[in-house]
Design a protein around this ligand. Structure first.
Ligand SMILES: Nc1nc2c(ncn2[C@@H]2O[C@H](COP(=O)(O)OP(=O)(O)OP(=O)(O)O)[C@@H](O)[C@H]2O)c(=O)[nH]1
Ligand SMILES: [Mg+2]
Length: 371
């Protein structure tokens, strides 16, 4: 895939935000093996119904596509089915939006049955409202004004199949969720007199959540330098005191403008976040945009109704900024975030003990509050 990227800014979106968002989109294109040839940003307060961007801009995109021999145009937002088909007709190459890319990445990464089902559900929920437009296009090909073309009938059949499949998947996921709850209950029972602290590790994708999970629990969770390496939640324990056990849960990473269908279908997995006593919010501080990323993740936490939970910001990858642990301890980053924060390098295992102490401190406070 050779892609030209397109975004807008204006009204609610600053130019800076949109540029950052495009940068992330470039990462998504690369994650599906594509190459980004460049990007265009247009100032627009409202998306154009026909082309999302203005008609003049759309023609400009067509010229750029011709000049660069791009085979795909990727829009950094959600497009309507009509916009996609208008743009494809005008420009003459495939048009994708952000949701298409994210769904594609998720479906490539899904390994377990649960993750696969969740991704399939998200895809079907994404497809269902879009079938209408496609059906019309098909029946246009079939000819016949005012008659029910074969395309339309096919659409109806496909719709019915999708609805049936959605129902079935939801049932299966319910069952998995039920089993997961039982498992969790068993885990959380603990031994006599033992206190259990549930800690969910969340954060932007590629921030180092799984690396941290491994550093904390010595569990071999997959770590990879790619977007969305982790799609499943994994829980593992660490005993910190004779009477205190911490259960850490590693989760799927977040990004900007996460498709609502995905959040919806991953809610079962993310239940662990909602059930947690403490949230470890992992941030890659070696990335210039780290403060922005914090906001993005907090937005998703809000959607999960988990924004009121006690949070410890874990500022990771300090080894990319300084040479030694000693130097790391003099970095000013923790002062930039509100509330509890610890700076670490999960890879070099710097600051892990300090982090555990902080968790115990916040946890004791929380547990004491709860008793
Ligand atoms: N330099 C450095 N690299 C790190 C550190 N922690 C993680 N990484 C690297 O960052 C990349 C992503 O790490 P993961 O632990 O897979 O990140 P994640 O947050 O679980 O990512 P997803 O599951 O994809 O959302 C890997 O290449 C890690 O080796 C760190 O402290 N320092
Ligand atoms: Mg991970």
């Amino acid at each position: 895939m050779r892609a030209v990227l397109v975004g807008v800014w204006g009204k609610d979106l600053s130019k800076e935000f949109s540029r950052e968002s495009i940068r992330e989109l470039k990462g998504l294109v690369e994650a599906v093996g594509g190459k980004s040839l460049g990007y265009l940003l247009q100032k627009r307060d409202y998306p154009d119904q026909r082309y999302y961007v203005g008609a003049g801009k759309a023609k400009e995109i067509k010229e750029i596509v011709r000049g660069t021999k791009a085979d795909t145009v990727v829009f950094d937002d959600f497009l309507t089915p009509a916009q996609v088909s208008n743009l494809e007709n005008l420009i003459g190459v495939r048009v994708l939006d952000r949701t298409d890319l994210v769904l594609e990445i998720f479906s490539r990464r899904a390994k377990t049955k649960e993750a696969k089902l969740q991704v399939e559900l998200a895809k079907l929920m994404h497809e269902l409202p879009r079938l209408h437009g496609k059906g019309k296009a098909l029946s246009r090909l079939g000819g016949g004004v005012g008659t029910r073309g074969p395309g339309e009938q096919e659409t109806e059949i496909r719709k019915r199949l999708i609805k049936k499949r959605i129902h079935k998947i939801k049932q299966e996921l319910e069952e998995i969720k039920r089993r997961r709850r039982e498992q969790r209950k068993r885990r959380e029972r603990g031994e006599k007199g033992e206190r259990i602290l549930r800690v969910a590790i969340v954060g932007y994708t590629n921030a180092g959540k799984s690396t941290l999970m491994n550093a904390l629990t010595k569990k071999g969770t997959t770590v990879a330098d790619m977007l969305f390496a982790t799609l499943d939640t994994k829980t593992s324990a660490r005993k910190v005191m004779p009477d205190l056990k911490i259960l850490f849960t590693d989760t799927v990473g977040f990004i900007r403008k996460l498709p609502p269908e995905l959040i919806e279908s991953f809610k079962a997995t993310l239940e662990e976040v909602q059930e947690a006593d403490i949230i470890l919010h992992v941030v890659d501080v070696s990335d210039d945009g780290w403060l922005d990323y914090i906001n993005t993740v907090n937005e998703v936490l809000k959607e999960l109704n988990a924004e009121e939970k006690p949070v410890i910001y874990v500022l990771n990858k300090a080894d990319r900024i300084v040479e030694t642990e000693e130097e790391m301890n003099h970095l000013p980053h923790t002062a930039f975030v509100e509330g509890d924060a610890v700076i670490i390098s999960a890879q070099n295992r710097w600051g892990i003990e300090k982090l555990v102490e902080k968790i115990v401190e916040v946890g004791t406070r929380e547990l004491a509050l709860k008793d």
